[in-house]
Design a binder for this molecule. Structure first.
Ligand code: 5GP
Length: 188
């Protein structure tokens, strides 16, 4: 297989989305794997671009039909998953795939695709800083932020299962560092 897979995982609020956008704009022939989710669409999101927003019933039907490469209950009662049809779409246009998935999803994808994939963990400088960023972003209620911070604490334990860990002290530096690693992986 010529197409490479770039897996970006990180606790929510680690700067992951910005880093993924930077990679997509960098001429590396990458295409974003649009995940399916049962969470509600945020105001700044577009169905089919950021996610495929599905009802729980639709999502469960797709699990039953074996349409997912991987899926996880990322938060209680909120399902997220990578559709096989997304990979097929991206491979058909001859591009490399980039995933923005949670830590467990990242590990499953890496196990599935082995050396065709690079799994990168974006680490926040500290849990306090993470909480600070989520609060500033203001896309979630305080209760949801607490849930995300608790989950982040748990996710940090899995960092050593990734090929590379990038600590996001300063976003511009983390963007460049990630780009260097991904460029050399894809160029190989
Ligand atoms: P958010 O709700 O902030 O968009 O995403 C919450 C978490 O779900 C993030 O860590 C994101 O990377 C993860 N996520 C998004 N899509 C998928 C997916 O297809 N599979 C898995 N396992 N996690 C996903």
């Amino acid at each position: 297989m010529d197409s490479k897979l770039v897996i970006i995982s990180a606790p929510s609020g680690s700067g992951k989305t910005t880093i993924v956008k930077h990679l997509l704009d960098s001429g590396l022939n990458l295409s974003f794997s649009v995940s399916a989710t049962t969470r509600a669409k945020r105001d700044n999101e577009t169905d089919g671009e950021d996610y495929f927003f599905l009802s729980v019933q639709e999502f469960k039907n797709r699990i039953k039909n074996n349409e997912f490469v991987e899926w996880e209950e990322v938060y209680k009662d909120l399902l997220y998953g990578t559709l096989k049809s997304e990979l097929e779409r991206i491979w058909a246009i001859g591009k490399n795939v980039i995933f923005d998935v949670d830590v467990k999803g990242g590990i499953s994808l890496k196990n599935k695709f082995g050396t065709d994939a690079i799994a990168i963990f974006i680490m926040p400088p500290s849990v306090a800083e993470l909480e600070n960023r989520l609060t500033k972003r203001a896309t979630d209620t305080p209760e949801k932020i607490r849930i995300r911070v608790d989950k982040a604490k748990d996710e940090l334990k899995f960092a050593d299962q990734f090929d590379t860990v990038i600590v996001n002290h300063q976003l511009d530096k983390a963007k460049e560092e990630t780009l260097k690693i991904v460029s050399s992986f894809i160029g190989r």
